[in-house]
Design a protein around this ligand. Sequence first.
Ligand code: BGC
Length: 260
Amino acid sequence: MNLGLSNRRVLVTGGNSGLGAAISKAFAAEGARVAINYLLNPTEAERLVEEFTAAGGEALGLMADISDPEAVETMFGAMDSAWGGIDILVNNAGIDGGYALGWEADPDAWGRVVDINLKGTYLCAREALKRMVVQRSGVVLNTTSVHEVIAWSGYSAYAASKAAVSMMSKSLAQEAAPHGVRVLCIAPGAIRTPINQAVWQDAEGYRDLLTKIPLGRIGEPEDVANVVVMLASDAAGYMTGTTVFVDGGMTDYPSFAHGG
Ligand code: BGC
């Protein structure tokens, strides 16, 4: 694809693993400058930075806990110093917190999911928007999930945080639109990444998962990354304040293909 993203300054949170790594690679392949935020596994972040620079691109690795306001400010300051600001933020970092029924969950662990997925997404969006409204251009893409609309037993914090990110994004999109800045959500379904490895590596779990996906296959990280780069580009210049689902039809209620 040539989406006109050459030299755009991109920050991908959690950009060193799973969906984030695929998204970072997709932007690098489009000639964008890519800052890879990470909290864990610095080696993989450094490896990607080397890969992108060896291919002639520009890349940065930025360690920060996105739920920490000071760390987030410092991270955006580093982008200011290196590249004079930001054009595209992909809020990708997130955790599911692990399975726990609501009445059995540890409140601190529950809160940590919200801290990272909602507050962390907000803190990064805040820093990005501060800069984008001034330059009167930019795109913020927030990663939600099919669980912004599908309830999920054992993952109430995760589902709640993703629904909240969706409504936060719509509100931020209203605020930012008059300044020429777009805010969108991308909602992946079941994608083959470390977050759900236990499910797709287990034969029975995988069979069950496929019954939930009309297109009959688990998604690959590139299925999401391809859409992310398009949404971040001017090809999607008339889109804001909405969620794009990349889920193989998971939100199409496959259990209603028969009966009802
Ligand atoms: C979760 C995955 C899950 C998928 C579909 C995603 O948001 O991170 O673990 O497989 O939703 O349920």
